[in-house]
Ligand binder design. Structure first.
Ligand SMILES: Cc1cc2nc3c(=O)[nH]c(=O)nc-3n(C[C@H](O)[C@H](O)[C@H](O)COP(=O)(O)OP(=O)(O)OC[C@H]3O[C@@H](n4cnc5c(N)ncnc54)[C@H](O)[C@@H]3O)c2cc1C
Length: 588
């Protein structure tokens, strides 16, 4: 089953929700919606024609560990070369390093295509983007000049080596060592679960590795970040001697089979420190917003792919007979409609949120005064755990619904829908589990600033609600349901602020409900904004009438069927921690 890029919705969000033209004008970027549409069009072709056909190939033929290291799934190397030659890796990299300096929100919209087409493959460029972020923000000018252009051009790829057997969610427990030697360090230790940790698609790989210096203080304040190339560079900057950084084995996984997940062994490997000693974890945090939003985006992408298959099947599969003897395509059964509408409206909310959050990164970066920079940075901080946590949790439900629409054929691997469900399962785990996102959201992002950033967001939602209420012709259900969900959001915020200090377990037990409540609410707010715009365009006789009317129906369905979940989350939050924590451990 092939993939087609959902241009119209991406374009609608970029134009009307994100206001890409306004953002680029303010940022002084020579980019506008016409260019964005052209870029998405080209990416759509690459995704549909080159990457999507390899999705199942990778699932059936996982990467292997051979005598020379990891061998990618068939066809991946050729696809990677085509991808790199077309310049797709450098979209939002600055021109000084060979990039195209496009806004982050546009490269995010493009990344949706890669992950929908072939998530296992797309993890490789995603990790390169992560590595470029860390090097670009924190490495010395020399290291930047040496490594960034090569990764930006796709000539080399990047990896992130954080996790160790004893250090997963708790990175403070990292044990890998870095010993200074002349102008470099010798890095030793084992890293596990390293995505695309080895391959032969490019002549070099740039590993970013967290490790401790010999005199480092214990815990989070003693971790440094290093660049460890697979091949140490010669004086001319080209790959020379093989560094002692090897993939020992590959994990056998539930999904993303085309993405090699490596146990990496570093044995006195030559490495170069990024920035200052002992600041590695702080550096990782600065790029975490980017990486976490990227994984949230994967949740959208894989749900979109599952939806495309499900709607096609629902139109073709005949079950049930009408009085006249004709058979009924299952898309006409109300319960199948419920599933497809949940997928469609959920995906539209997820896309609106993913792109809104991505644009906030641009708005913070290009802000012209300190106050506006601080405001956009706070919004990025607030939205990031929601994008990562809520979008990936949604992808579990939506890819599962994809299987349900197929009935028994969904459980059979040949149809390919089961792969989306299996592939999606990792998303709530890596780059910080849902539990970790939720703790970040309720703790660092809410309790620490006494709910200030959240209050500003809620006020913006209130302003949208007033406009939605006042808009002639808009279905009243959208405003009524948004008002109720907004009430739940306000009450949850106030209740947590008022009660968290009295109960040490409260924030922890309520955190995922708190995050999910704000996920549904933020999605509903953005769909209501979209409905407002759609209604205004229809009234003005502008745009594609069928598409705009569909946006109104999606927003109404979401407000009636998904927004009420916020009330259930509020009730769960207000129930407190007692029943969660009072069970004696020996009763588990
Ligand atoms: C396919 C795959 C690819 C990956 N790619 C990479 C990669 O490229 N680079 C890399 O460095 N790592 C990578 N990882 C590792 C990934 O980031 C970790 O698996 C993840 O951070 C969770 O760590 P853990 O597996 O040790 O689980 P644990 O930390 O042991 O967590 C187990 C459970 O306990 C919960 N938990 C843990 N601590 C807390 C807490 N303080 N409060 C509440 N709940 C808690 C978690 O939410 C989870 O439900 C990858 C993993 C996989 C499976």
């Amino acid at each position: 089953m092939n993939y087609a890029h959902p241009y119209q919705d991406a374009e609608f969000v970029l134009r009307h929700i994100v206001d890409l033209d306004g953002l680029c004008e303010q940022a002084g970027l020579d980019v506008n919606m016409d260019l964005a549409v052209a870029v998405l069009d080209e990416a759509g072709k690459m995704g549909a024609e080159v990457l999507a056909p390899l999705n199942r190939v990778g699932d059936l033929n996982p990467a292997k560990l051979g005598a020379n290291g990891v061998e990618a799934s068939p066809g991946f190397t050729e696809a990677y070369q085509q991808f790199a030659e077309a310049g797709w890796l450098s979209l939002s990299v600055v021109e000084a390093f060979g990039g195209q300096n496009l806004p982050n929100v546009l490269s995010t919209a493009v990344n949706e295509i890669w992950h929908s087409a072939n998530m296992a493959y797309a993890l490789c460029p995603m990790l390169s983007q992560g590595a470029m972020e860390s090097i670009g923000h924190h490495a010395s000018e020399d290291l930047q000049a040496t490594y960034l252009p090569k990764v930006a051009s796709g000539e080399w790829t990047g990896t992130m080596n954080l996790t160790e057997p004893d250090a997963g969610s708790d990175l403070a427990a990292i044990k890998s060592k870095a010993v200074p030697k002349g102008d470099h360090y010798l890095i030793s230790g084992q890293k596990i679960f390293i995505t695309w940790g080895d391959h032969q698609m490019t002549p070099n790989i740039v590993h970013l590795v967290l490790a401790r210096l010999p005199d480092a203080p214990p815990g989070v304040k003693g971790i440094s970040l290093f660049i460890v190339p697979k091949f140490v560079l010669n004086a001319d900057g080209e790959p020379g001697e093989r560094n002692s950084a090897f993939a020992l084995s590959l994990e056998h996984k539930m999904g993303i089979h085309g993405s090699p997940t490596c146990v990496m062994e570093f044995n006195e490997a030559v490495g170069y420190i990024v920035g200052e000693p002992n600041k590695g974890l702080a550096y990782m945090f600065t790029m975490m917003n980017h990486a976490r939003q990227a994984v949230g985006l994967q949740g959208l992408s894989i749900s979109e792919r599952a939806y495309q298959q499900a709607k096609q099947y629902a139109k073709e599969r005949l079950q049930g007979t009408r009085r006249d003897g004709s058979r009924i395509p299952i898309i006409q059964h109300p319960d199948v409609r419920r599933m497809l509408m949940t997928m469609k409206s959920g995906i539209e909310a997820m896309r609106a949120l993913a792109l809104t959050a991505a644009a906030e990164i641009d708005r913070a970066r290009y802000a012209t005064d300190d106050a506006s920079q601080a405001q956009h940075e706070a919004r990025v901080e607030l939205l990031t755990p929601i994008v990562k946590g809520w979008l990936t949790e949604m992808s579990q439900e939506l890819t599962s619904l994809g299987i349900q629409v197929y009935g028994g054929m969904g459980y059979i691997e040949e149809t390919g829908v089961a792969q989306h469900y299996r592939d999606a399962r990792i998303l709530t785990i890596y780059e910080g589990t849902t539990g970790i996102q939720a703790l970040d959201f309720i703790g660092r992002k809410t309790l620490v600033d006494k709910g200030e950033a959240l209050a500003v967001l809620l006020q913006e939602m209130q302003a949208t609600l007033a406009m939605v209420k006042a808009q002639a012709g808009l279905d009243a259900a959208i405003a009524t349901n948004l008002a109720q969900a907004l009430h739940a959001g306000n009450e949850a915020r106030e209740w947590i602020l008022a009660n968290a200090a009295q109960d040490a377990n409260l924030a922890g037990t309520a955190s995922v409900s708190f995050l999910m409540l704000f996920g549904y609410l933020t999605g509903g707010w953005l769909l209501a904004k979209g409905a407002l715009q759609a209604q205004q365009s229809l009234a003005a006789g502008e745009g594609d009438k069928d598409f705009l009317q569909a946006k109104l129906i999606s927003a109404k369905f979401y407000s009636e069927q998904l927004l009420p979940r916020t009330a259930a989350y509020l009730a769960a939050i207000k129930a407190g921690s007692d029943s969660t924590m009072s069970m004696p451990e020996d009763q588990f």
